[in-house]
Design a protein. Structure first.
Length: 189
């Protein structure tokens, strides 16, 4: 498989560095081929960024990625369409989620929005708020290594401001950052 991972967008956040990359190619339609391609791109981004050809992404049984020869690193990976986000941290576990905008997210509202969020936002969600909420929950789930039993009910988004989002989980409030444009939403926690 030959492709270039030159010039990913580098985004510095408090918890680490995000490499945001858009593949110029359409990914294969076959799910196993698509997953293999996404993993290859993430692998190459990591190696290029670290300037370490031996850096290899492995996955725990939960699916959480890690770098075997770099136990000092914490990583998270997300894919959506031709976009890939790789978050690298030296300090703490991280979670990242990128989601391209489609016309059908609001149809799944009851899948991920809980009653508390409906009260906070007055049951009037904009598409932008829905994307931030979805991505925040997914990124937080990844940060905790997939250990949340009921993501819809156990994790609540309580506030969305210009570039930050407040997540409530087990009597804690966690701040995450997000970037959003007309094509995609990215959340890092």
């Amino acid at each position: 498989m030959s492709f270039s991972t030159e010039n990913p967008q580098l985004i510095q956040v408090a918890s680490g560095t995000v490499l945001l990359f858009r593949s110029g190619d359409h990914l294969p339609a076959e799910p196993s081929e698509k997953k293999a391609r996404e993993r290859s791109i993430a692998q190459q981004l990591l190696r290029d960024h670290l300037q370490d050809p031996a850096a290899l992404i492995h996955h725990e049984a939960s699916g959480k990625p890690f770098v075997a020869n770099r136990p000092d690193l914490r990583i998270s990976v997300s894919h959506s369409g031709t976009w890939l986000a790789l978050c690298i941290s030296l300090a703490e576990a991280v979670g990242v989620d990128v989601q391209i905008h489609t016309s059908n997210l609001s149809r799944g509202l009851d899948y991920f929005i809980n009653d508390r969020e409906k009260q906070v936002f007055g049951n009037q969600f904009t598409d932008d708020q829905l994307y931030v909420t979805w991505c925040a929950k997914e990124a937080f789930y990844k940060k905790l290594g997939g250990t949340i039993d009921d993501l819809r009910e156990d994790v609540s988004v309580l506030n969305i401001s210009k570039q930050s989002v407040t997540i409530h989980y087990e009597n804690q409030e966690i701040e995450a950052v997000y970037l959003q444009d007309e094509v995609k939403t990215l959340v890092v926690v």
